[in-house]
Design a protein around this ligand. Sequence first.
Ligand SMILES: *[C@@H]1O[C@H](CO)[C@@H](O)[C@H](O)[C@H]1NC(C)=O
Ligand SMILES: *[C@@H]1O[C@H](CO)[C@@H](O)[C@H](O)[C@H]1NC(C)=O
Ligand SMILES: *[C@@H]1O[C@H](CO)[C@@H](O)[C@H](O)[C@H]1NC(C)=O
Ligand SMILES: *[C@@H]1O[C@H](CO)[C@@H](O)[C@H](O)[C@H]1NC(C)=O
Ligand SMILES: *[C@@H]1O[C@H](CO)[C@@H](O)[C@H](O)[C@H]1NC(C)=O
Ligand SMILES: *[C@@H]1O[C@H](CO)[C@@H](O)[C@H](O)[C@H]1NC(C)=O
Length: 207
Amino acid sequence: MSCNPCLFLFSFLSFGLARNLVSGQNSTLLFPKDNNVRNCSCSTEIKSCEYSLANLMCNCKSQYPSRISYTGDLVVWFTNTSILGQLLNFTLVQDLKLSLCGALPLPTDYLAIIGLRRLEVHTANSTEQRLIIYNHDMKPMDKTSQHPREKTSLFHISYLDTSLFNGQSLKAYSVEDVSSINEQFPNLPYPNAFSVTNTSYVVTLIY
Ligand SMILES: *[C@@H]1O[C@H](CO)[C@@H](O)[C@H](O)[C@H]1NC(C)=O
Ligand SMILES: *[C@@H]1O[C@H](CO)[C@@H](O)[C@H](O)[C@H]1NC(C)=O
Ligand SMILES: *[C@@H]1O[C@H](CO)[C@@H](O)[C@H](O)[C@H]1NC(C)=O
Ligand SMILES: *[C@@H]1O[C@H](CO)[C@@H](O)[C@H](O)[C@H]1NC(C)=O
Ligand SMILES: *[C@@H]1O[C@H](CO)[C@@H](O)[C@H](O)[C@H]1NC(C)=O
Ligand SMILES: *[C@@H]1O[C@H](CO)[C@@H](O)[C@H](O)[C@H]1NC(C)=O
């Protein structure tokens, strides 16, 4: 990927940090099943891609995939980039674990995730890799700042290059103070809803 627009590089990277999956709450597990998605609430971590174990151990229901926002841990088992985009593109998720259950290699595509704080990726033939994007509680769209010189709002958007599942080590960088995603990152998809005036974004590229 070209790095020309990355004028302000900030690295918030941190590898190998322990992740607390069980924070008292059940995690949500999504995986494709027939033409629907299984949406499960699990109190324990289920080994990646063990569908029947998930059906047995978790509280699951089938539903038509709908993209929204998630407050707790979200685990997604996916087989190809189109189902991944269907389940996750432009959703609001802070803590995410992605497991590839299909065949490699995956093509390059971009998946936009809003507010992503911690990411864990798992592919069939590699170990788990973890990435912390930020570690504090960041309030999206905080327009109540006391200090006019500070950003009037902050919106964290991460772009995952789906080819990262092909076996390389996970890398990321963040660019702060992005006022216009489509001008500064013309190759990245962005929703029209993001064209809010006087908003500054933190854009993180994960590849
Ligand atoms: C939490 O997960 C367990 C199974 O792992 C399930 O029995 C229970 O209903 C779930 N709780 C909620 C609130 O969904
Ligand atoms: C999964 O179920 C939860 C709880 O019922 C719901 O909030 C969420 O929207 C569902 N997710 C999907 C992708 O349907
Ligand atoms: C992607 O995976 C879904 C769910 O397993 C499947 O229904 C769909 O046909 C697959 N699409 C492609 C292009 O392979
Ligand atoms: C996410 O949505 C954008 C914009 O619609 C699209 O260009 C991109 O291919 C999608 N990514 C995936 C993984 O589906
Ligand atoms: C995983 O498998 C793919 C293809 O099967 C291979 O190209 C890649 O090097 C493997 N990655 C690791 C870390 O072994
Ligand atoms: C954007 O900021 C400028 C300068 O601070 C201000 O004059 C303008 O009213 C703001 N626009 C909106 C829509 O808040």
